[in-house]
Design a protein around this ligand. Structure first.
Ligand code: TYM
Length: 325
């Protein structure tokens, strides 16, 4: 049976990129095997964050999971910090990843570039060790993520191979799985850059008012032609909008291109905005209902109990093979 594991970090405001690349797909995986979807709150501490904001974001993500169709009876939803085995396995695994390989991680390079060299937190540097521990603790075989996280999952595989080579078969080899369309949604204001939680103008946030969403899409940067075709190099803006449209409509890019043959950019953008709002508006309503109740805390408590039982068993296996009494 497959074991599915993924998580979202409760920093900043979740974007349409998080939704299309990850969140939206999680519900399909809960039918495919045993599912563990968590909130990576320890990871949120790798850059400065206000405590109240962290708490609010964490509950929000739990509510987003539920609003996106995750069923707590089929999928364990929990907070990383509630399962101490994450931190404990991290303490062991940090000895099996090397500073050279950690310093080559794209995410670390991007994030640390913006910081004073003297003040780069150790946690930011060692981020992939904790992420690998998250994955390995649950014997995950499938890790659904957006494109930007593939490198971290690859590093987790290297670690598992290295560890098993030294101690015998102990850790299960995970595999990153990305959605066919939409694994990398780009910023609407600069379509050569990834849409991220921090880039106000070109981002669509999951809590944005539908009117704001429409306005952002209608003013998305495109090009001076007027043909709706997919060409990332020469038409990154239009290609990004086609990706958003195709993924939300569950069609292929060529099918989307065909739909807009002969259409001008205004008509096309309006259709994209309609598609996004059609999906996000009911999602927002479900989120509002869920966050107003105590349901989130109930789900998180239940999820942590199940997660602990699985995670502690893996931790014990690791303790044993490395020689911890
Ligand atoms: P995070 O919180 O940055 O992003 C959550 C998920 O959203 C995907 N994503 C995108 N997909 C498409 N287009 C985009 N523009 C876009 N931006 C983000 C990410 O790829 C991710 O799947 N390190 C992880 C959290 C984590 C984790 C894990 C994930 C911690 N431990 C173990 C899987 C397994 C992160 O920071 O994701």
């Amino acid at each position: 049976m497959e074991r599915i594991l993924s998580g979202i970090k409760p920093t900043g405001k979740l974007t349409l990129g998080n939704y299309i690349g990850a969140l939206r797909n999680f519900k399909n995986f809960q039918e495919q095997g045993e599912c563990f979807i968590f909130i990576a709150d320890l990871h949120a501490l790798t850059l400065p964050i206000d405590p109240l904001e962290l708490k609010t974001n964490s509950r929000d993500i739990a509510a987003f999971y539920l609003a996106a169709g995750l069923d707590p009876n089929k999928c364990n939803i929990f907070l990383q910090s509630h399962v101490s085995a994450h931190a404990e396995l991290n303490a062991i695994m940090q000895n099996f990843l090397y500073m050279g390989e950690l310093s080559r991680m794209t995410q670390f390079k991007d994030k640390s570039q913006k910081l004073n060299k003297e003040k780069i937190g150790l946690g930011l540097f060692a981020y992939p060790v904790l992420m690998a521990s998250d994955i390995l603790l649950y014997d995950a075989t499938i890790v659904p993520v957006g494109e930007d996280q593939i490198q971290h999952v690859e590093l987790t595989r290297d670690l598992a191979k290295r560890f098993n080579h030294r101690y015998g078969d102990t850790l299960i080899m995970p595999k990153a799985v990305v959605t066919k369309v939409g694994a990398r949604i780009m910023s609407l204001s600069d379509p050569t850059k990834k849409m991220s939680k921090s880039d106000e103008k070109g981002d669509i946030f999951l809590k944005d008012d539908p009117k704001v969403i429409r306005k952002k899409i209608m003013s998305a940067v495109t090009d001076s032609e007027s043909v709706v075709i997919y060409d990332v190099e020469n038409k990154p803006g239009i290609s990004n909008l086609l990706t958003i449209y195709a993924s939300l409509k569950n069609i292929t890019i060529p099918e989307a291109e065909k739909e807009f043959e002969g259409a001008n950019y205004g008509t096309f953008k309006k259709a994209v905005a309609d598609a996004v709002i059609e999906e996000i508006e009911p999602f927002q309503k479900r989120y509002q209902e869920i966050i107003a109740s105590n349901y989130v805390d109930e789900v998180l408590n239940r999820g942590a109990e199940k997660a602990k039982s699985i995670a502690n068993a893996t931790l014990k296996r690791v303790h044993d093979v490395v020689g911890l009494l």
